[in-house]
Design a protein around this ligand. Structure first.
Ligand code: PGA
Length: 272
């Protein structure tokens, strides 16, 4: 039997944040298509590659990814959204609902990214409401968790991550969370070029799995936990070697299609 960590699905997700324009999408897809040919999946390998563009590019990308990438490769590239409304519909100017995302082939969505928590006041309660909206239409939430530098220096890293996770675990039952994915992203490592060491990341991933186990023992072994925070083609291999790291949420390095695919290749070679 394969060890449990090898049989968990692997996911590499590229969060474009507020970057890109039409010309960028053209260049990106052209490079992606060229480089994709080098990525070969072996029998039994399970890697999801997610592109997370600004919402306005989702319709365009959903068509083009289907036509230009997925028809030509055994690897399935899927779309994720960076954000979703906490409401189904109504007078909420500027928001995009889960069912609208679903209409445009968006299968995944980030929730609780530290930039949304810090800059847009997204509380644990709002995170729970957004996850509830996604679950109604069957979009897989990627719940981001992570402590600030100050919290880490004060020895509060685990408490912070536990509280963020617990808010969600307390709001749903085990079957509702079967499709949840977690992403541990220490705030001090995001966009700073300062990655958590593989040991620091592994320790927190193991801790997250132990918190999951207290409430939902079955989910604890099967739920993918991604690492995020200055992941690039150089540091990805060592991170993916850690037993509780099942992939990556990549920001800056995902804007370069070639480098992003190199990170995907590192993840695949680890999944062998
Ligand atoms: P980064 O961003 O890779 O640029 O640090 C990661 C993220 O915010 O998801």
């Amino acid at each position: 039997m394969r060890p449990k960590h090898l049989s968990r699905p692997k996911i590499v997700a590229g969060n474009w944040k507020l970057n890109g324009d039409r010309a960028f999408v053209d260049d990106y897809l052209a490079t992606f298509k060229r480089s994709l040919k080098q990525l070969k999946l072996k029998q039994g390998q399970n890697l999801s590659v997610l592109l997370i563009p600004p919402a306005i590019f989702l319709p365009l990308l959903s068509e083009r990814v289907k036509q230009e990438l997925n028809l030509q490769s055994q690897l399935s590239v899927q779309l994720a959204a960076q954000n979703v409304a906490a409401y189904a519909s109504g007078a909420y100017t500027g928001e995009v609902s889960a069912s609208m995302l679903n209409d445009f082939s968006c299968r995944w969505c980030l929730v609780g990214h530290s930039e949304r928590r810090a800059l847009f006041g997204e509380s644990d309660q709002v995170v729970v409401e957004k996850i509830a909206q996604l679950l109604v239409v069957g979009i897989r939430p990627i719940l981001c968790l992570g402590e600030t530098l100050e919290q880490r220096e004060q020895g509060q890293a685990e408490t912070c991550v536990r509280d963020q996770l617990q808010a969600v675990l307390d709001a749903f039952d085990e079957s509702a969370l079967a499709n949840l994915v977690l992403a541990y992203e220490p705030v001090w490592a995001i966009g700073t070029g300062k990655t958590a060491s593989p040991e620091q990341a592994q320790a927190m991933h193991q801790f997250i799995r132990s918190v999951l186990k207290e409430k939902f023992p079955v989910l604890a072994d099967s739920m993918p936990i991604l690492y995020g925070g200055s992941v690039n083609a150089q540091n990805a291999k060592e991170l993916f070697e850690q037993i509780d790291i099942d992939g990556a949420l990549v920001g800056g390095a995902s804007l370069k299609a070639e480098e992003f695919l190199e990170i995907c290749a590192r993840c695949l070679s680890q999944a062998e």
